[in-house]
Design a protein around this ligand. Structure first.
Ligand SMILES: N[C@@H](CCOP(=O)(O)O)C(=O)O
Length: 463
């Protein structure tokens, strides 16, 4: 394990280099780019041999922290993480049929894969704030799962205020109640009249607001925060260890953080046959990779709500890597996209993007059909996001090795839709069954910076 100081650069190249603690507590670089490690650390042989989640996560994540946090911080954070999971393997790998597996990532406190990194990030944030004596306001956009995981991880945290922006009426009722029924004074839920991309745009805009910054540190726990991705690398290592060799990973994709974490694992030396980003009909990423044009369209509503994203933030990290870490070129791509709503890739960049990931779009009809097929063929009840991944996984060539579809959420978070397809409701996950019937607390705002800023300012000024 490394104890040297891991350093971070911005994908836009106009922010000073920094360490893990600062990258964690900023969330996004001051030039609007995303932090990336200056160099990819190598995974230790020990990390790739063990199936013990805490051991492998310690090995995989510690080089990204170096000596930027107090000694033992990661060890304590991983104890907190693993204690919150209801499966001894934490991320069990299940074979569906020869050569096809699902990696179950939903055994945590909110029954979605976000818990794996969010619990870790919350514990590491506590450690960083205790060391610096600061308070932090966290701003987070969600299409359902991130917000629930963040509320669960940060509710009641002494040095943190958490503001979660979700698109009004566009998350599942369970996802909404996981956020809004938590009675914690340090949590504000904003229901935004817009879509997830509006919420993410507002978060990025709020992070840059001087008026808010003057009142204290601001950060985000979306996957724009490098610490989120570092935490998600571990389960690719775990899957490969459980399998005993490399796989093709099919990742249900929204903000592209999860898929990018897998690619990061391979940069660190993990063997994999490839990555497939499985998107729903919100297919900006698939169109970018398959057609070479990254263009903005309004998000459409789907059953796999957590993937209703048309401007996936982590695509910027992929472009940065594919461009050979050319920050000026990356900046130009994303400034063009922000200005014109579309950017075409030059042939060399497109070839590098395609070498890193392939992308498949699965529509609502196929999602429903896959939920029914998964139940008929394997007796498995799956959530719509997992169904998107499984439908894409069926299209993959298994002759070069096994295919692993990531199962990112428990079906009972989407009980109405899954129940409608199958004709019976999914068995609730214990953490869903335990959801109380407390009154919901949320504030509805327009999708404008003025409205969001006013709500956040009033919240942070409340004491
Ligand atoms: N799928 C997400 C959208 C935000 O993704 P993140 O990984 O960047 O936090 C959600 O469930 O909210």
């Amino acid at each position: 394990m490394s104890t040297s100081s891991a350093r971070y650069v911005s994908t836009r190249g106009q922010a000073p280099e920094t360490d893990f603690s600062d990258a964690l507590l900023r969330g996004i670089a001051p030039d609007g780019g995303l932090y990336m490690p200056c160099a990819w650390p190598a995974l230790s042989p020990q990390a790739m041999r063990t199936t013990d989640y805490k051991t492998l996560a310690l090995e995989a994540v510690s080089p990204f922290i170096g000596d930027a946090l107090p000694a033992g911080a990661l060890d304590r954070a991983l104890d907190r993480l693993t204690a919150g999971f209801d499966h001894p393997a934490v991320t069990p790998l299940v074979e569906l049929e020869p050569g096809l597996f699902v990696l179950e990532l939903f055994h945590g406190p909110t029954a979605a894969f976000k818990d794996l990194a969010m619990q870790l990030v919350a514990a590491l944030t506590d450690e960083a704030l205790a060391a610096s004596g600061e308070r932090l306001t966290i701003l987070t956009a969600t299409s359902g799962d991130t917000g629930a995981a963040a509320v669960r991880a940060f509710a009641g945290a002494r040095s943190v205020d958490l503001v979660v922006l979700h698109p009004l009426g566009r998350v599942s009722p369970i996802q909404r109640r996981q956020m809004t029924t938590v009675q914690a004074d340090n949590v504000l839920n904003l229901a935004v009249r817009g879509d997830f991309d509006d919420c993410q745009r507002l978060v990025k805009g709020l992070l840059a607001q001087e008026a808010l910054r003057e009142r204290g540190r601001l950060s985000s726990v979306n996957s724009i925060n490098w610490a989120r991705l570092a935490g998600q690398i571990a389960y690719y290592v775990s899957a490969t260890a459980q399998l005993g060799g490399p796989a093709t990973f099919v990742v249900p994709t929204g903000n592209f953080g999860d898929a990018f974490a897998g690619m990061a694992a391979t940069r660190m030396g993990l063997a994999a046959h490839g990555f497939v980003a499985a998107v729903n009909q919100n297919d900006a990423l698939a169109r970018a990779v398959n057609d070479g044009l990254y263009s903005r369209r309004p998000a459409v509503e789907s059953a796999s709500v957590s993937m209703d994203v048309q401007a996936p933030s982590n695509f910027e990290r992929l472009v940065f890597e594919a461009a050979g870490r050319d920050a000026a070129r990356t900046r130009s791509v994303f400034e063009t996209f922000a200005r014109d709503g579309a950017v075409a890739f030059e042939p060399d960049l497109l070839a590098a993007l395609r070498a890193a990931v392939s992308a498949v779009s699965i529509d609502e009809t196929e999602t429903r059909a896959e939920i029914a097929r998964a139940h008929a063929e394997w007796g498995r009840v799956v959530c719509p996001h997992t169904a998107v991944a499984l439908a894409a996984a069926r299209r993959q060539d298994r002759s070069k090795g096994p295919v692993v579809a990531l199962s990112t959420a428990h079906p009972s978070k989407f009980g109405d839709f899954v129940g409608d397809v199958l004709g019976f409701p999914p068995e609730p996950a214990p953490v869903i069954a335990a959801l109380g019937d407390q009154a919901e607390r949320m504030t509805t705002v327009e999708a404008t910076m003025e409205a969001a800023l006013a709500a956040v300012t009033a919240f942070t000024a409340r004491t």
